[in-house]
Design a protein around this ligand. Structure first.
Ligand SMILES: Cc1cc2nc3c(=O)[nH]c(=O)nc-3n(C[C@H](O)[C@H](O)[C@H](O)COP(=O)(O)O)c2cc1C
Ligand code: SF4
Ligand code: SF4
Length: 431
């Protein structure tokens, strides 16, 4: 059976599934209940100077009958007294010594950082996470994403922390920047042991058109918040992938953003993460989801012959490349399986209006589709660009397959072509 245990930058845990710093990690009672369900670690709700929160705090968008595809929040860091938090951290670390209990911190001055690092260590924290990512409320005060967006400041504060900390330090990065590499490299230069990403994405969820007040409504007004949940997973994956493949970056990565299932977690691991963190899915479905996550990941690893997380961590990283390194001679075309097709013609409309107009209907007068009186569309293979759109809109599973065409051509990338290392066949536009 697969061994799910991890050693993340020196922090050990029975599995890579950790709770992200957020409402599910607000109290010791919650974290202990989570541990009883099987969570391998938890990053405590960020500790900081006294906070006042607003009401309401959350807004969500639903999609296709699914609730909470994305969640937006304007909550700040902990609003509970620091003494209470440290007392509870001490209890959790004493009762669950095998779990990765990590304390998230966000302070303003070097002295405050120092004092709270020391208190966290005294309370038994296994690691620290520096919250340089919160995109609302705290950044206006010069903390959170205001630090994450300024690599020099990020490096300086990481340096302060490294002077005091005797336990592993994780820098939590903000996605609210155009390039993820500079702040991650600043964390590395500052001496951090690891990074985690992503924190929430600066957002405004919606406007109530009856009241003309954006949501969530805080007494007649709203503000920008942080977006998370399944909708942000592709953004998080891209940032993780970009860091993992960067030649000079060599810190462990804890992946966060839209992770709800073992598959999501496995994808982050395949791109290079050695732990993952979850917030929205727990806020939606509760702590017990970890049971399915651990079970699913374990079965997947057994099936593939991966004994440990390290065995497949990063295996997909080498296949996530800059565009200029892709093979321009690779070609797929759409193929419709007539036995499965229900004749809805969604593929025809999508290709005609949204792509390259190379799907034809029986009896349309073009002579490109067999005129058999049926409703199964026909793909003109020599016109198809292989964009995938028809297969994405088709409602029938595996009805449209994208089939590789062997063109007998060598692998040639744009980089090789433009540097004169290889040639490409002349491009022929079919319409
Ligand atoms: C209501 C709420 C409060 C959060 N508070 C914190 C926080 O105090 N510190 C922090 O580092 N991240 C905080 N986060 C961000 C999460 O830790 C996580 O990075 C983000 O939600 C993405 O993960 P997800 O898609 O699994 O929710 C919060 C998120 C939510 C939804
Ligand atoms: S979308 Fe799929 S099911 Fe509908 S006509 Fe096209 S191939 Fe057939
Ligand atoms: S893959 Fe794209 S171009 Fe080809 S048939 Fe489908 S939608 Fe049209």
């Amino acid at each position: 059976m697969a061994d799910l245990s991890v050693n993340f930058a020196g922090i050990t845990a029975p599995n890579p599934f950790w709770l992200a710093s957020a409402p599910p990690t607000n109290t010791g009672a919650q974290i202990m209940r989570a541990y009883d369900h099987g969570w391998g670690g938890a990053v405590w709700k960020t500790l900081g100077t006294p906070i006042r929160n607003v009401s309401a705090r959350f807004a969500a968008n639903d999609w296709g009958g699914q609730k909470m595809m994305g969640l937006n929040n304007i909550e700040l860091i902990t609003d509970r007294p620091l003494d209470v938090n440290y007392r509870e951290i001490e209890e959790v670390t004493r009762k669950y010594p095998d779990r990765a209990t990590i304390v998230s911190l966000m302070f303003e001055t070097e002295d405050e950082w120092k004092e709270n690092i020391e208190r966290s260590i005294e309370a038994g924290a296994k690691g620290l996470e520096l919250n340089f990512g919160c995109p609302h409320g705290m950044c206006e005060r010069g903390m959170g994403s205001a630090v994450g967006q300024e690599p020099k400041i990020l490096e300086r504060i990481t340096n302060w922390v490294m002077r005091t900390s005797t336990i592993p330090v994780i820098v939590k990065l903000t996605p609210n920047i155009s390039e993820i590499v500079p702040p991650a490299m600043a964390a590395q230069h500052g001496g951090a042991h690891a990074v985690s990403l992503i924190n929430t994405i600066k957002s405004l969820m919606a406007v109530d058109l009856d009241t003309m007040i954006p949501v969530p409504n805080v007494g007649g007004a709203s503000t920008n918040g942080g977006y998370c949940g399944p909708a942000v997973k592709p953004i998080a994956l891209r940032m993780v992938g970009e860091l993992a493949r960067h030649e000079e970056f060599n810190l462990p990565i804890s992946g966060i953003g839209g992770i709800s299932t073992w598959r999501d977690a496995a994808e982050f691991i395949a791109l290079g993460c050695t732990s993952v963190q979850v917030c929205t899915a727990v806020m939606h479905h509760g702590f017990r989801i970890v049971e399915d996550m651990a079970d699913g990941l374990s079965r997947f690893m057994d099936e593939k012959g991966y004994r440990t997380i390290e065995d497949f961590a990063g295996l997909a990283s080498r296949n996530f490349r800059p565009w200029e390194d892709l093979n321009l001679n690779f070609k797929v075309v759409a193929q419709i399986n007539a036995d499965k097709c229900i004749g809805c013609q969604l593929c025809f409309v999508a290709c005609r209006d949204g792509s390259h107009h190379c799907i034809y209907l029986p009896g349309d007068g073009t002579g490109k589709a067999p005129d058999d009186g049926g409703r199964v569309p026909h793909v003109a293979a020599d016109e198809c660009t292989g964009c995938n759109l028809c297969s994405l809109v088709c409602p029938v599973e595996s009805c449209i397959e994208m089939v590789e065409i062997d063109r007998g051509l060598p692998e040639v990338s744009w980089k090789q072509f433009t540097s004169g290392q290889a040639t490409l066949p002349e491009y022929v536009w079919k319409h």
